[in-house]
Design a protein around this ligand. Structure first.
Ligand code: 2HA
Ligand code: ZN
Length: 271
């Protein structure tokens, strides 16, 4: 058996949580990450026949039956993940009927998975239908993105257009734009279902005055999407109060999309 703490997926989770904390996005227990694991990589470092605990999920995730996830723990701080992964993280397998999480490793102090598990697993279900190589769901509280939801209209067209307009790389990184939910109570099946519905067309979903979700095939992809939105929101927060003299026009964004061969939300521009 290999040492699970040295597994690539574990190191990547620890490094990512530490990095996000360092960026100031994950105060206290803010934020959560789930990673769909390769069963062979898990079997290299864990006896997958040994279930430590069975934890009810209070929603059904039957399409994910048998799938194994590395998930941050509820009430746990990103700041502490790297120093104590076995307490702050868990590896769960979705039971055959999709209603229970079978704990294979972690949550060593008797803890359990993030309160946002419904949004994570429902988003995994939707994204796996769209992209069989999908792996990561990431939720965090990036400062400027949250600030922007206080002062900018929340319709997806204008929010995306503003982000695209802040700097040239944005439309290249997220040509599919950003989904925006109305403010909702977090941690519920309802916000999970609403988030997953947005994930049918977006890889980024904003929860106003709360945070953001990003998804991807890799940690770098999910993180890179969120990082780019946060950079755009930071720029916006720096210039929003000033008279704007120069901006990227809709025609220029369209030129950029053509130059990069992008399929993008043309309905978010007025061409
Ligand atoms: O896990 O971020 O949305 C703490 C949160 C809840
Ligand atoms: Zn949150």
């Amino acid at each position: 058996m290999n040492d699970i703490l040295q597994a690539k997926f574990m190191r990547e989770m620890c490094d990512t949580a530490a990095n996000m904390y360092r960026l100031g996005w994950d105060e206290r227990n803010g934020g959560n990450i789930s990673v769909l694991l390769d069963p062979n990589e898990v079997a290299d470092c864990l006896d997958t026949d040994r279930v430590l605990r069975r934890i009810p999920m209070n929603f059904h995730a039957a399409p994910l039956a048998g799938k194994i996830f590395l998930v941050t723990g509820t009430g746990k701080y990103f700041k502490n993940v790297r120093n104590d992964p076995e307490t702050n993280l868990g590896i769960i397998r979705v039971s055959d009927d999709g209603s229970t999480a079978e704990l294979l490793w972690g949550y060593a102090d008797g803890g359990r998975f993030t309160s946002e598990l419904p949004a994570h697993l429902m988003s995994h279900m939707v994204r796996l239908r769209i992209d069989p190589e999908h792996r990561i769901v990431m939720h965090t509280h990036p400062t400027n993105t949250l600030a922007m939801t206080h002062i900018h209209p929340l319709d997806e067209k204008s929010f995306t257009r503003t982000l695209w307009g802040t700097c040239t790389e944005c439309i290249v990184v997220f040509p599919d734009g950003v989904g925006v939910l109305p403010w909702m109570v977090c941690g519920t099946n309802e916000i999970g279902e609403a988030t997953a519905r947005k994930m049918e067309t977006y890889r980024l979903v904003i929860w106003p005055q709360h945070g953001i979700y990003g998804v991807g095939r890799s940690m770098d992809e999910a993180f890179g999407l969120i990082e780019t939105v946060e950079k755009a929101a930071e720029l916006y927060m720096k210039y929003a109060a000033f008279p704007v003299l120069n901006r990227i026009t809709d025609a220029q964004l369209d030129d950029l999309a053509h130059a990069f061969g992008l399929t993008y939300r043309t309905d978010f521009l007025d061409l």
